[in-house]
Design a binder for this molecule. Structure first.
Ligand code: THU
Length: 135
């Protein structure tokens, strides 16, 4: 199993794959699953700017589409940024669906990183349980 630092490195390794002609802001992500598998992602932008997909959601849909729903344990997010590369609201929401307790590692250009459980980045989030209704 990869250490947190190794998972962060896998996220940094994805920066070269980012397609960022508009923002010039590459982001990389790497998700570690319970069985040791890792799914990586990068941001992929589009001339219709709103169609852009973030690195985290790229990695997430790769993991889910390969059968990983219940064992998404950690995600690392990396950018060549001064600040830690915080996941945007849409990515937090998509990750919350599968595991509010997922560990989120946010890294910055000096390679340092911080670790949070997702529910701390998204308190009182709207997840599958929130759709439950009385009979
Ligand atoms: N971006 C991500 O890939 N992940 C985030 O959580 C924050 C933003 C991307 C989207 C866009 O391609 C670029 O960073 C600038 O917003």
């Amino acid at each position: 199993m990869l250490s947190d630092a190794q998972l962060v490195q896998r996220a940094f390794d994805m920066l070269d794959r980012s397609y960022v002609p508009y923002s010039k802001f590459p982001v990389g992500a790497a998700i570690a699953c319970g069985d040791g598998s890792v799914f990586t992602g990068c941001n992929v932008e589009n001339a219709a700017y709103g169609s852009t997909i973030c690195a985290e959601r790229t990695a997430l849909v790769k993991a889910v589409s390969e059968g990983h729903r219940d064992d998404l344990e950690r995600i690392a997010v990396a950018g060549n940024s001064l600040d830690y590369c915080w996941p945007c609201g849409a990515c937090r929401q998509m990750l919350y669906e599968f595991n509010p307790g997922m560990t989120v590692l946010v890294a910055r250009s000096d390679r340092s990183f911080l670790s949070f459980p997702l529910y701390e980045l998204m308190p009182h989030g709207f997840g599958p349980k929130a759709l439950e209704q009385p009979d």
